[in-house]
Every structure is written in structure tokens, then in C-alpha cells.
Design a protein around this ligand. Structure first.
Ligand code: HAM
Length: 441
């Protein structure tokens, strides 16, 4: 494969990024970094601390964590064997990795309650389309060590708050109670009884799901399967008293804090570890099936992965989908910082002085662009315009001889002269006099 690609390159045939894995270009990056820094700032204010786990893990972690019967494990993992024959998988989601790290580093010994967040790429072999990528990026939060329903609420609130600061308006919350594993077992057998007579009307995947894990059928995207579960029993009919009480408390927090939500008794989510609360945030601009974010409680996972019995809950949101939602609401994410100064130096001696001048201005926090080739003033001005530079410092042989820099204001076109020695300090003074305060950088 490698050889083939190399040959293609030699023949001049285009090599593109892998299907479903996109480049994020410099023109787009400002929106991404803005979203990431808003999340960091917000999550840290709530006491979450960042964790970075490897991009690949032993395959068994996801088989046991994400769950054997989930679509992710069944169909979507990028699994490979390394040179020593170990089976490894590019992480399709962050939760199992965070729980593994929690157990491996005995994090509960330092502090029983761990509030963690992560930002990074995830990999799923899905059919690529808008908002559905083979490499996508998530911002996730996990609270390990707390069974209190206030945690479930805090997580939902945190996600809503993130979308709020991002500027999105058309978001809504869906919430359901999946009960404990015992409730899910009871429900699975009720669902099985309901659907077994209609198995021939289910898609091939759902026929398998019916035998292995009937709950997954509720999550099937095939229209006919959705029709067949219209009158299916609801999980809310079977949840035990304790789980019902937990859910009622989460709902009360939502009401007390005026967070709008819709009860969705068919929301099961595609991952196997959930217990009690599950939730999603959806957006009007993404289409009915695509969630901006999803999460829930997973009180058994830490123990199932070999740790002490520890309740936990979390969520993850997709960054590609957040960017799509911003576009659909016509919110321009954030533009690149414009250059404060462009240094147009012509001739070798002027270039040397120009380089020092640019370095000095950058040390004082200005964004300064300088292009080094032998270029005409006209070419420099074109580049300065492209960089959106506010000012251009023009320095040629003539200016050097006179010990000045010609400063051009790109907005008004006005030109003035400042002494070359101490130029940056005079430039700052000029900006301060113009605005009546120190320059905003
Ligand atoms: P998930 O629902 O599988 O949950 O993914 C979370 C979010 O990632 C989705 O709501 C969506 O925005 C985004 N996403 C997922 N797959 C793709 C894709 N192929 N292309 C683009 N975006 C995608 C989880 O991953 C759980 N680990 C969430 C969680 C954390 N539950 C508890 N803690």
C-alpha cells in the first residue's frame, strides 16, 4: 500500500487525506481553538482537570468497556496488530481510556472524587457524511466517584453552558432514565417478547441485536425498525424505585435551574455501559439523528474494568458538529488575529534593521509579519493587505540614510515618519495617543 502511494506520488497522481478524515485548515482553526479554550476555561471553573490518554489502547479495553454488542465494537473500530502481535485499537471514544487511567494510577487513593476532561481525536469506521467522520474530535468530561444526581445535572448544565458561551441558540436537551443493570435485564426480556413475533420486519442488524442485546434496537436508524418499535414497552415502566428516585432528583435540579429538557423514553444511546441517566443535546441545524453531545451515568464500568466499585458519569461533545451548528446559525466562529504591523524592508541593510525591529515589536506582544525575499514595495503592500495588517513599517535605503521609518496606516492610507531608533516605543506611544489608552493586544 505504502509502495503504491509512493509510486502514485512519483507519477504525479494526487494523494488525498483518508476518507472521512479531514484537514482543519488555518482559515478554520480560529473557530476550533476558540471552542477548545472556552471549554478549558469553563470546565476548569467547575473543578475539572485535564487528562490526556493514548490515542490507541489494547483492543480488549473497548470490547469490555464500550461493549461487545455496540455498533462501535461490532463494526467501527480501527484495530491492528503491532509488531509483537498485540491487538491494538485507535480509540473510538474516551470514556474507557479515562476509566482505565483512573484504575491504573489508583487515582481514587489520591482523591476519591475525580473530575476530568479531555480534548482530542477519536476514530470510528463509519460511512462518512456531513457531521459523521472517521476521525472526529471530542471534548469530554467524566466525574468518577460520585453517585449523587447533582452530578448528572452538573454535567448536563456544563454542556449547555458550553454551547451558550459558544453562541449557539438552537440547542435542546433530551433525557431518559435507563435504570440499573437489573432493570435493563427486565426491560430487555420485555422488549424481546414484544419484538420476537416481528423479527422478520427488522433489519438484519436488528435481528442479531434481538438475540444479543434488544435495547440496541431502539437506537437503530433504519426507518422500518423505528416503525416496529413505535408501540414497544418503555423502559420507564420497569425502572426500580431507587433509579426512579434518582431520575426525579435530576429532573428537579433541571427545573430548579430552569434548564429546558424533553423526556425521551426511547433514548438508549449506542454504548453499553450506561445506567440510570442518559442524555443528549441536539441541534436544529444538524438533522434529527445527529446529536451535538451525548452522555450519561455508568455506575458499573469502573468495577467491570477491574477497579473498585465506583459510580461515575460523563459526556462527550463532537467538535465537528459544534462547528456545523455554528455555521447553520450563521455565527462566524472567530476570525484570525490581524497583524498589528507588517515590516516592508527593501535591500539587505534595511532587511537587517527590519528583522531586529520586528523581533522587538513581537517581544512586546505585537503580531508582526515580515516577508524576507527581495520584493518591491508594491508586493509588500499586497502581502500586508492579505495579512490584514493595521500598519506597515516601510524601510528602504533612503529611509536608512535618513534614520527614519515610514509608517503607513492601512485603513486611512495616511503616511507618517517615525525615527528608526526607538521605533517600537514611538509606535506604541502613537497608538496610545490615538486611542487614549494602551494598545489592545
Ligand atoms: P457518543 O455519543 O458516541 O458518546 O459520542 C459523543 C459525541 O461525539 C456525539 O454526540 C457526536 O457529537 C460526536 N461524534 C460521535 N461520532 C462521531 C462521528 N463519527 N463523526 C463526528 N462526530 C461524532 C461517547 O463517545 C461517550 N464516550 C460519551 C460519554 C462520556 N458518556 C459518558 N462519558
Amino acid at each position: 500500500m505504502q509502495e503504491e502511494q509512493t509510486r502514485d506520488v512519483e507519477k504525479g497522481i494526487e494523494v488525498t487525506s483518508p476518507r472521512g478524515a479531514d484537514d482543519i485548515l488555518p482559515t478554520e482553526i480560529a473557530g476550533w481553538t476558540r471552542a477548545e479554550s472556552l471549554a478549558r476555561d469553563l470546565f476548569e471553573r467547575f473543578g475539572y482537570r485535564e487528562i490526556r490518554t493514548p490515542m490507541f489502547e489494547e483492543t480488549a479495553l473497548f470490547e469490555r468497556g464500550t461493549g461487545e454488542s455496540s455498533d462501535i465494537v461490532q463494526k467501527q473500530m480501527y484495530t491492528f496488530t503491532d509488531r509483537k502481535g498485540r491487538s491494538l485499537t485507535l480509540r473510538p471514544e474516551g470514556t474507557p481510556s479515562v476509566v482505565r487511567a483512573y484504575i491504573e494510577h489508583k487515582m481514587h487513593v489520591q482523591q476519591p472524587l475525580q473530575k476530568l476532561y479531555y480534548i482530542g481525536p477519536m476514530f470510528r469506521y463509519e460511512r462518512p457524511q456531513a457531521g459523521r467522520k472517521r476521525q472526529h474530535h471530542q471534548i469530554g468530561a467524566e466525574v468518577i466517584g460520585c453517585a449523587d444526581p447533582a452530578t448528572d445535572f452538573e454535567l448536563i448544565y456544563l454542556a449547555c453552558q458550553f454551547y451558550n458561551v459558544l453562541g449557539l441558540r438552537e440547542v435542546s436537551v433530551k433525557i431518559n432514565n435507563l435504570g440499573c443493570k437489573a432493570d435493563q435485564k427486565t426491560y430487555a426480556s420485555r422488549l424481546y417478547d414484544f419484538l420476537k413475533g416481528r423479527a422478520d420486519r427488522l433489519c438484519p442488524d436488528c435481528r442479531t441485536r434481538l438475540e444479543r442485546s434488544p435495547l440496541r434496537i431502539l437506537d437503530c436508524k433504519v426507518e422500518e425498525c423505528q416503525q416496529n418499535i413505535q408501540d414497544a414497552p418503555l423502559i420507564t415502566d420497569v425502572v426500580c424505585k431507587n433509579c426512579a428516585k434518582h431520575h426525579a432528583s435530576v429532573i428537579q435540579y433541571m427545573k430548579d435551574n430552569r434548564i429546558g429538557y424533553a423526556d425521551d423514553p426511547r433514548l438508549v444511546r449506542g454504548l453499553e455501559y450506561y445506567t440510570r441517566t442518559v442524555f443528549e443535546v441536539v441541534h436544529g441545524g444538524l438533522g434529527a439523528k445527529d446529536a451535538l453531545m451525548g452522555g450519561g451515568r455508568y455506575d458499573d464500568l469502573v468495577e467491570e474494568l477491574g477497579g473498585p466499585k465506583t459510580p461515575a458519569a460523563g459526556f462527550a461533545l463532537g467538535l465537528e458538529r459544534a462547528m456545523m451548528a455554528l455555521t447553520s446559525e450563521e455565527i462566524v466562529p472567530h476570525t484570525e488575529r490581524r497583524a498589528d504591523l507588517y515590516v516592508a524592508a527593501m535591500g539587505d541593510r534595511a532587511k537587517q534593521r527590519g528583522v531586529s525591529l520586528a523581533m522587538r515589536a513581537r517581544a512586546l506582544s505585537f503580531k508582526v509579519i515580515m516577508e524576507y525575499g527581495n520584493r518591491s514595495l508594491k508586493a509588500h503592500l499586497r502581502s500586508a493587505d492579505k495579512a490584514g495588517a493595521h500598519h506597515v513599517a516601510i524601510l528602504g535605503e533612503k529611509e536608512l540614510e535618513r534614520g527614519v521609518v515610514v509608517l503607513k496606516d492601512m485603513l486611512t492610507g495616511e503616511q507618517s515618519e517615525l525615527p528608526l531608533d526607538g521605533f517600537v516605543e514611538r509606535f506604541i506611544k502613537m497608538l496610545t495617543d490615538e486611542t487614549g489608552g494602551p494598545p489592545v493586544m
